[in-house]
Design a protein around this ligand. Structure first.
Ligand SMILES: [Zn+2]
Length: 324
């Protein structure tokens, strides 16, 4: 049977956001280390999820199914699930964790203790609790669609170098390497949905999907606007600023030219500063001299303008993909 993935995973937008934030923060900024850690864990999380996708490539069970990768709802119930397997008999949620080192789960209260290779120990929120919450929310969601499928949820450890030393009694933790075979051999309860109802449920879930918006990152991390450096950065060497010269931008150090470099900077504004931008804000952020240049730049299908001349604001058109 062909793989039936009805939604694919893409690189989380917050990764590009944290990279932009680090680029625009002084190397002495006290928040740098925190942001570097956030970027590292976002990359690790995505890496773990991609590894599972890779290992699931040959998934070929003898039951009909649909897969949704990276599902989120951000309306009244905030819900995020790494992978959803929909079948006619049940729903299986997979929560993938990529936390290196030795992992010890304790209860009362539920915590995950991580000991890194260098011997540093830290306490983290228990992913088992997070998974139970996701399961409970998903149950409510499915019930609201008048579907009475039982829900199962499993925690998946992405890499073999994550050593689980203690897991609470009754909890089931799978390694990514065994997920495919466990799911293929899963003891399916009796069928509840017809094939048509299964596909309908898949489409209903997709119609409720809304991407989790992590932006703007500066206020969310209590970083003041004046701590973010302005200007257009070179897309090539990434560390140097560019100067506006006739019809293009030129890097101050590597001399690369790029006539469209301002769009990257404006996207970074939306990721870091605010969901909207005015001509004055854009002129200041791009360090340009003339409002007419700014107006010309913002007159682009990438941006949606709202309001009349005096109060005009521009928004990033959300159809535009900032996942890179
Ligand atoms: Zn450069």
């Amino acid at each position: 049977m062909a793989t039936i993935i009805i939604k694919y995973r893409k690189k989380p937008a917050k990764i590009a956001g944290y990279e932009a934030l680090l680029k625009r923060l002084s190397i002495y900024h006290p928040k740098r280390e925190v942001i570097e850690d956030l970027l590292k864990s976002a990359n690790a999380g995505y890496g773990g999820e991609e590894r599972l996708d890779q290992l699931m490539k040959y998934f070929d069970p003898d039951y009909p199914y649909l897969i949704i990768q990276d599902y989120s709802i951000s309306s009244n119930i905030e819900l995020q699930v790494d992978t959803i397997l929909l079948t006619q008999s049940c729903v299986i949620l997979l929560e993938v964790k990529n936390i290196s080192g030795r992992l010890r789960f304790t209860i009362n209260p539920s915590t995950l203790h991580q000991t890194t290779a260098s011997g540093v120990e830290r306490g983290l929120k228990s992913p088992l609790v997070q998974m139970e919450m996701a399961k409970w929310k998903f149950e409510k969601l499915v019930n609201s669609l008048d579907v009475a499928l039982p829900i199962h949820a499993f925690l998946v450890i992405a890499y073999p170098n994550q050593i689980v030393e203690d897991s609470p009694p009754g909890s089931v933790i799978w390694s990514a390497d065994e997920v495919m075979i466990r799911l293929q051999n899963f003891n399916m309860p009796p069928k509840i949905l017809s094939i048509d109802e299964l596909h309908k449920l898949g489409q209903q879930l997709l119609s409720l999907y809304s991407e989790f918006n992590p932006f703007p990152l500066a206020p969310k991390n209590n970083i003041a606007p004046n701590e973010i450096s302005k200007g257009v950065f070179c897309p090539d060497c990434k560390s140097s600023k560019m100067n506006k010269i006739k019809r293009t931008w030129m890097c101050q150090s590597c001399r690369v030219t790029n006539p469209e470099a301002h769009h990257q900077a404006i996207q970074e504004w939306f990721m870091l500063m605010k969901p909207s931008i005015t001509v004055a804000e854009c002129k200041d952020f791009l360090e340009l001299e003339f409002p007419s240049t700014v107006r010309r730049i913002l007159k682009n299908p990438l941006y949606k303008k709202v309001g009349d001349n005096k109060t005009r604001k521009y928004y990033l058109d959300m159809q535009v993909d900032i996942h890179k």
